[in-house]
Design a protein around this ligand. Structure first.
Ligand code: 5GP
Length: 201
């Protein structure tokens, strides 16, 4: 039976990553999205234990101490981390798992899980990102400038990722398809076909 693959999906705030990911998961419900733990406040659109496990700083720090996290990072002054618990059992069962995490966490996962596959979604350029962030209408000027500065730093990590997916304007469906194709292509790498030659003895 084929094993699952651990996929990392990163992208700057405003890159459209969340929408694209929802499209992939809607069309392919067999893929699991890992639910992260965070100390940030819940947003009105979010559901506890589905969007995130919302915890206190003390609870988060105790999870770090007990070795319960595959990776963690601080982003915008809050902790975010990936609970280890369910990931291995999904992979053993042949289920692919996606971690939607920022770059510091992605680097930790690539260090620990050597067969993880990292994909970064970006807008075509910084001007487009600025336009999208402004178009949301929900961010203050300060927050827009901060997100743009963070994006510039994040994209510097692109060479460490295996794949770059560019979210061109109004091409979210195509992007979702491309991500799914990358996931399937990864399963056809010869490294995952070690037993095939035996079947031709
Ligand atoms: P947001 O607060 O907008 O939901 O997420 C902020 C950032 O944290 C996003 O870049 C998101 O990918 C990242 N993030 C979410 N969960 C995790 C996690 O478990 N670990 C790390 N390292 N980053 C995460």
């Amino acid at each position: 039976m084929r094993k699952g693959i651990l996929f990392i999906l990163s992208g700057p705030s405003g890159s459209g990553k969340g929408t694209i990911l929802s499209k992939v998961l809607e069309k392919h419900p067999e893929i699991k999205l890992s639910v992260s733990m965070t100390t940030r406040k819940i947003r009105p659109t979010e559901t506890p234990d589905v969007s995130y496990y919302f915890v206190t700083k003390e609870e988060f720090e105790s999870s770090i101490k007990n070795g319960e996290l595959l990776e963690y990072a601080t982003f915008d002054g809050e902790y975010y981390g990936t609970p280890k618990k369910k990931i291995d059992s999904y992979l053993e069962k042949g289920i692919d798992v996606i971690l939607e995490i920022e770059v510091q966490g992605a680097m930790q996962v690539l260090e620990k899980a050597k067969d993880a596959v990292a994909i970064m979604i970006t807008p075509p350029d910084i001007q487009t990102l600025e336009k999208w962030l402004r178009g949301r209408g929900t961010n203050s000027e300060k927050s827009i400038l901060e997100r743009l500065a963070t994006a510039r730093q994040e994209v510097k990590y692109l060479p460490k990722y295996h794949y770059s997916v560019i979210n061109e304007e109004n091409k979210q469906d195509e992007c979702a398809e491309l991500i799914y194709s990358i996931m399937q292509a990864e399963h056809n790498k010869t490294i995952h076909r070690k037993n095939l030659t035996d079947k031709f003895e």
